[in-house]
Design a protein around this ligand. Structure first.
Ligand code: ARG
Length: 459
């Protein structure tokens, strides 16, 4: 049997393989609520402009509510033969209300319908991403406030560099996630225009009111060009780009948590609630959530690249290629939300091991820079010479198998006679971090200022 939507020019129905490659209902049913919201807005507009009679519009409105509740309660029977969510809904509407259902598609195409539904769906995800980021930032702020003056090693090349504060390290991620947040907000602002009423591609001769439907759906305005409205997916690509950058940040933090929770580091203890055990090794407590966050990032990047590849080179306006946009975005969105929530949970629950952090901060000659700076400040050595003297002291400590503060004053004076007892003050890690008072520096005082600033912004 031929299709009920376009059977007029067809003598035969589709091959089973055709149906299989063509159908999107398996995944686009996730946009059912958006599809019905779009149809309700469209129907109300058709009534207000006198294109469809008030009686038919009312029948459509009621019928759509029935269909929506069937979908919400799980009694709706989705059909692959009906290809996608748009035709599934319209077909069921016809069963429920009869002839008036046929008027709903006046001045509309599935092309503007799918563009509208998908925009609404992506807009919700941008909002959910925003909420997830804010929650994560708050969890990081709590950690930062508690440990504003806890000392830990700061690394470059994953080699001990200089002592930093735990709070400073947490706040570095707050800054990163705040930029993710602003990218998400920016993308939402740009994408919030309505494609509805573009019809198939050229607009319509019916006297529709696109401003009315745009407003009803919470869009700021209708899209200005009907060809663009049905053929653009850059809003989805922006979501995937924002998601990718955010995911990249998440993966770096996840990697740090994996390293930090190892027996060799012991910087943090992850909660039982966010860890797993081993079926064979009784002592194990594994950071699986962090590892999975680290890994899920790959599929989010993959989705971004995949949709870029789908869209590249497509001539205007709509091509069926574009149906391949949704699964990528759905998968990326699901995994981003999960990763954000898991990261927030881990950060809320984890406890930093203050003593391990401090012990690690003091090892690896982490205050060598402080010593060099002291030689410049107190003995007025040129920095290059101070660097050289300090290097010799580090070599001496290494030879003796001790850290810089463990060297005897005599030994130090053997390297440079000007060194005095006062040097030991700058060799301590707490003095080291407290001295880093420059704007944006690691001093506890600066960290507390950053925390207070973000607490005020996030409320
Ligand atoms: N299922 C289609 C999609 O997801 C809807 C639009 C179909 N339009 C068309 N002219 N075949 O893109």
């Amino acid at each position: 049997t031929s299709n009920q939507m376009w059977g007029g020019r067809f003598a035969a129905g589709p091959d089973a393989i055709m149906e299989a490659i063509n159908a999107s209902i398996g995944f686009d049913q996730r946009m059912a609520a958006q599809d019905i919201a779009g149809s309700r807005a469209h129907a109300a507009m058709l009534g207000a402009t006198g294109i469809v009679s008030p009686i038919d519009v009312e029948a459509i409105r009621k019928g759509l509510l029935t269909v929506l509740s069937e979908i919400e309660t799980g009694t709706f029977a989705f059909s692959t033969a009906l290809e996608d969510i748009h035709m599934n809904v319209e077909s069921r509407l016809t069963e429920v209300i009869g002839t008036p259902a046929g008027r709903l598609h006046t001045a509309r195409s599935r092309n503007d319908q799918v563009a509208t539904d998908f925009r609404l769906w992506v807009r919700d995800q941008l909002d959910a991403t925003e909420a997830g980021l804010v929650a994560l930032m708050k969890a990081l702020l709590t950690q930062a406030e508690a440990g504003a003056d806890w000392v830990m090693p700061g690394f470059t090349h994953l080699q001990t560099a200089q002592p930093v504060t735990w709070g400073h390290h947490m706040m570095a991620y707050v800054e990163m996630f705040s930029r993710d947040l602003s990218r998400v907000r920016d993308a939402r602002r740009r994408m919030n225009e309505s494609p509805l009423g573009a019809a198939a591609l050229a607009g319509t001769s019916f006297p529709i009111d696109r401003h009315m439907t745009a407003e009803a759906l919470g869009f700021d305005r209708p899209m200005a060009n009907s060809l663009d409205a049905v053929s653009d997916r850059d809003f989805a690509l922006e979501f995937l780009s924002c998601a990718s950058i955010c995911a990249m940040h998440l993966s770096r933090f996840a990697e740090e948590l994996v390293i930090w929770s190892s027996a060799q580091f012991r910087f943090v203890t992850l909660s039982d609630r966010f860890s797993t055990g081993s079926s064979i090794m009784p002592q194990k407590k594994n950071p699986d959530a962090a590892e999975l966050i680290r890994a899920k990032i790959g599929r989010i990047f993959g989705a971004n690249v995949a949709l870029m590849m789908v869209m590249k080179g497509l001539p205007l306006a709509y091509s069926k290629d574009m149906q391949e946009d949704k699964e990528q975005v759905f998968d990326a969105a699901d995994n981003l939300m999960l990763a954000l929530a898991a990261m927030e949970g881990m950060v809320r629950d984890m406890s930093a091991n203050r003593d391990s952090l401090e012990r690690a901060a003091a090892s690896g000659f982490s205050t060598a820079t402080d010593l060099a700076d002291w030689l410049v400040r107190i003995l007025d050595l040129p920095f290059r010479q101070a660097h050289h003297v300090t290097g010799a002291l580090v070599a001496l400590a290494e030879k003796k198998g001790c850290d810089l503060p463990d060297l005897a004053l005599d030994d130090m004076q053997g390297v440079h006679e000007g060194i005095t007892e006062a040097v030991f003050e700058v060799l301590g890690v707490h003095n080291s971090v407290a001295s880093r008072l420059s704007y944006g520096g690691t001093a506890p005082m600066r960290v507390r200022e950053q925390v207070a600033r973000w607490q005020e912004i996030l409320g």
